[in-house]
Design a binder for this molecule. Structure first.
Ligand code: HEM
Length: 484
């Protein structure tokens, strides 16, 4: 234990071990391939590692029990990191950036938007968009699986968020997200305010896109405030959210507008990346693909896919769960310690940036047998579920767990079922997939896949009643954080 890691006060646990110095090597490595840098650090120092970056103390946490401490049992000791604050074009805190009481209030107001009425409407849209996508393909064609999933996720998002009556150009949605990511990157550079003010092409493009998106969002808000019309799009449900006393306008118009930008930002790249990985894993694992085809043939057959099918396709759901285990789109989460605390047996001083890394936890052999293998079946064995969930965080955990886990799961299951019902997906190349881990963990440079029409497989449809909805991701569905 070096001097820095020895406790000053003997009753205090030690600081986590890690390399000394300002860590320029890690900054450079981080820009290139942080998962690789992290693996090196873990090999040398273990699953809770401390390092300094530009005069700030960071702690990387890969141990599942310590991750739970950060996200669940000791979550009150942490806030979201500075990267989430002062995000553009938001003008107020949002569900993704607010902390404490502010976050609890927003989370509660969001709940009805992911309730029965909303989910029924979103599901119909997901099925419709997935079917429209597959009808564009032709037998033997090589499609770009990544591009298709990207487009599908955007089409679902803009229709589910803004409603069928709003004709939103997906390009505006994409430019809005790109603008948010551009500005998010500026947040991490010196002289952010100056960089934001300069007429850089990225700034100009972002402003144009945000202005166009503002027009869309404020029009939806205007329509939603008119109570004579029934609406079930996500933004309208937020507009109509009532507080505990039943007082309307719990969210101001400007707050709803900010939440709309956040939803586009967090609800698109994540889903598109996860669905792309599903296609990649299916194409590379013919036995998995065969079993999925069999399930879809037995359950859906030749009839149109219907929203209730999401609960009748456990193997498709397991493929999604396994893809999220192997390749979680949000592969780490950042928090700032707002008070001194102890994580994984180590002392974490106030102000430390703690990052919980999920990929190492998802590959921990104590929780997952043969973790490198893509085995959806592991999610269908009830005996192992409780054990595996101890080390599984694709949607985060605790009071901030992804509010849209059900949305994302259904979206992927409908996409898989729609594709497989008509097409066999074949890998064009078996070379290792190239990954981009800057931001969302995703496949870079596209995913070429050959699609072949399936003909004889449509045998009939067995329509078991859908099981009662439950959360496949954790033992009990997440609840808003309550005061202890
Ligand atoms: C496979 C797709 C998705 C993955 C892997 C994913 C993952 C996550 C994770 C890990 C968090 C926790 C963030 C934290 O603790 O700091 C989160 C939060 C969130 N997600 Fe998702 N997400 C997905 C899809 C979506 C979609 C489609 C939407 C919107 C429709 C969405 C909306 C949100 C929101 C609003 C939050 C903030 C919740 C809070 O802080 O209370 N997500 N997501």
């Amino acid at each position: 234990m070096n001097a820095e890691h020895r406790p000053a006060d003997r009753s205090r646990p030690p600081l986590p071990p890690g390399p000394k110095g300002r860590g320029i090597r890690h900054v450079l490595g981080r820009l290139r391939d942080f998962p690789k840098v992290l693996n090196g650090l873990r090999g040398e120092y273990g699953d809770v590692v401390s390092y300094n970056l530009l005069n700030r103390r960071f702690v990387a946490v890969c141990d599942p029990a310590a991750i739970r401490e950060v996200l669940v049992t000791k979550q009150r000791s942490f806030h979201k990191t500075f990267g989430y604050k002062d995000m553009r074009p938001m003008r107020n805190p949002t569900i993704a950036s607010g902390d404490g009481d502010d976050h609890r209030r927003r989370r509660k107001l969001y709940q009805p938007s992911f309730g029965k009425k909303g989910m029924a409407a979103y599901s119909e849209i997901m099925v419709e968009k997935a079917q429209a996508m597959r009808e564009r393909w032709s037998d033997g064609e090589v499609i770009d699986g990544a591009g298709e999933m990207h487009e599908l996720a955007m089409n679902v998002a803009i229709t589910a968020f803004f409603g069928r009556d709003m004709r939103v150009d997906p390009k505006i949605g994409q430019a809005t997200v790109d603008g948010c990511i551009w500005d998010f990157t500026l947040r991490f550079l010196p002289f952010t305010a100056l960089l934001r003010a300069l007429p850089l092409p990225g700034n100009l493009r972002a402003r144009r896109a945000w202005k166009a998106m503002d027009e869309v969002v404020y029009e939806v808000i205007r329509r939603a405030r008119d109570r004579s019309r029934d609406r079930s799009d996500l933004i309208s449900l937020l507009v109509r959210a009532e507080d505990d006393e039943g007082v309307e306008r719990a969210f101001s118009d400007e707050e709803v507008r900010d939440e709309a930008f956040v939803l586009l930002m967090v609800g698109h790249d994540t889903s598109s990346s996860a669905m792309t990985f599903c296609l990649d894993y299916i194409a590379r694992n013919p036995a998995v693909r065969d079993r999925l085809e069999e399930e879809v043939d037995n359950v859906v057959g030749s009839r149109p896919i219907e929203p209730a099918d999401s609960a009748r396709l456990p193997y498709a759901t397991a493929i999604f769960q396994e893809a999220l285990r192997q390749s979680p789109p949000l592969y780490f989460l950042g928090r700032e310690a707002i008070e001194d605390c102890v994580i994984g047996g180590y002392f974490i001083p106030k102000g430390t940036i703690v990052q919980t890394y999920f990929r190492p936890a998802h590959h921990n052999p104590h929780y997952f047998e043969s973790p490198g293998e893509f085995r959806p079946e592991r999610w269908m064995d009830d005996a192992d579920l409780r054990h595996m969930k101890q080390s599984y965080f694709p949607f985060g955990s605790g009071a901030r767990m992804c509010i849209a886990w059900n949305f994302a799961t259904r979206e992927a299951v409908y996409a898989l079922a729609s594709i497989v019902q008509r097409w066999r997906v074949e890998a064009v190349s078996l070379k290792p997939t190239r990954i981009n881990s800057a931001g969302v963990y995703r496949i870079s440079e596209g995913l070429p896949l050959r699609v072949r029409e399936r003909k004889a497989q449509v045998t009939g449809s067995h329509r078991p009643p859908p099981p009662s909805p439950s959360c496949p991701w954790m033992d009990s569905p997440p609840r808003p954080e309550t005061r202890q």
